[in-house]
Design a protein around this ligand. Sequence first.
Ligand SMILES: Cc1cc2nc3c(=O)[nH]c(=O)nc-3n(C[C@H](O)[C@H](O)[C@H](O)COP(=O)(O)O)c2cc1C
Length: 176
Amino acid sequence: MKNIIAFAGSNSSTSINKKLATYATSLVNGAEVKVLDLNDFELPLYGMDHELAHGIPDNAQKFLDLIKSTDGIVLSLAEHNGTYTTVFKNLFDWMSRIDGKLWSDKPMLLMATSPGARGGGSALEIAQGRFGFMGGNIVGRFSLPSFGDNFSDGKITNEELNSQLIEEVEQFSESL
Ligand SMILES: Cc1cc2nc3c(=O)[nH]c(=O)nc-3n(C[C@H](O)[C@H](O)[C@H](O)COP(=O)(O)O)c2cc1C
């Protein structure tokens, strides 16, 4: 059986991106899913001085090990001021100090959602532009606009958007 990891680029205990990532994994057939939470991988704010004085924190290595040992990644990015959240970028920066190709060519379903009409589209675009240089292998993309209107009881309520996600999940599943 294939193993996948899913997580949100957020440290909110009520993260809507974690809800979306969890829902997306429920559409993947026959895979063992581990839903990760960035709060379980606390890290100091990246700084060159910190790295020189203390080295790379264990949690960065632990998260990278989870990426390296999985068959696929479901990631839903929260958007803060038009880009990744600080907590995600910080993890990303720390892991990049160990391995610049940190995504390790693992098939990735890349998503974003927000309460707004663009559904975290800016963070998604930035990630799409960058991840390819860092071992990224994005095989599915999905943005859920207006989360509050389109998601309830753990699933997408808008049929058209749900069908779009199912198509992306199918592509992801075929790549595992
Ligand atoms: C500092 C800050 C900046 C934000 N900037 C954006 C933004 O640029 N675009 C957007 O769609 N939503 C923005 N939001 C709203 C977030 O999309 C919303 O808080 C969402 O719930 C974050 O996802 P999460 O629940 O998975 O953490 C912002 C929220 C905060 C706190």
